[in-house]
Design a protein around this ligand. Structure first.
Ligand code: ZN
Length: 178
């Protein structure tokens, strides 16, 4: 079996002797141009949700269409708001998310936070070791705990939560009182 070439095709590793400062062209040729216009106004809202890519477009749909929050700030990680509910399995994530939220409040002038949990979240089954039906009960209780914690560390009062359920090939969002 041939040994793999360490350099990808077309690349070359300059030696130190021959290294040159790359030219800083103001408009390098693009690899791709998005057709979506750039809008610089902030919406002052953020959502915290699971990084599970099977639901990313559904979360966007709820937030952008259902709640009218285009360009909301995204805070995503496995389990989403689960890391703000006091589980010892997520203390590192908790610190990171709190730091990020405080940054968004200070710099992006965040006023509203939406917390999302979803049915069958692998963070709960794998990291915390829960099975249904207890898994969903813990997720819902965690949304309440996470909302209280977000309020405590940011002083924000406009915090809401939803649970995403799979129903007949679609995703429905149920409001959870927090
Ligand atoms: Zn998940």
């Amino acid at each position: 079996m041939p040994s793999p070439d360490p350099s990808p095709p077309g690349s070359s590793t300059p030696s130190l002797r021959h290294s040159v400062t790359p030219s800083l062209s103001p408009h390098p040729s693009p690899s791709y141009v998005s057709s979506i216009p750039y809008e610089s106004t902030r919406i002052h809202a953020a959502a915290i949700y699971c990084s599970d890519g099977r639901l990313g477009e559904h979360f966007d749909d709820l937030l952008q269409q259902g709640l009218g929050l285009p360009r909301y700030d995204r805070v995503t990680l496995p389990g989403g708001p689960a890391c703000l509910a006091g589980h010892p399995q997520a203390t590192l994530e908790e610190k990171g998310v709190i730091d990020e939220l405080q940054f968004l409040v200070e710099v992006h002038k965040l006023k509203r936070v939406v917390l999302l949990a979803h049915q069958g979240c692998a963070f709960y089954s794998t990291r915390i070791g829960l099975k249904e039906p207890r898994l969903e009960l813990v997720q819902r209780a965690d949304l309440v705990r996470a909302a209280a914690y977000v309020h405590q560390v940011t002083n924000l009062t406009n915090i809401e939560a939803y649970f995403a359920r799979h129903v007949e090939g679609k995703v429905q969002f149920e409001r959870v009182e927090v």
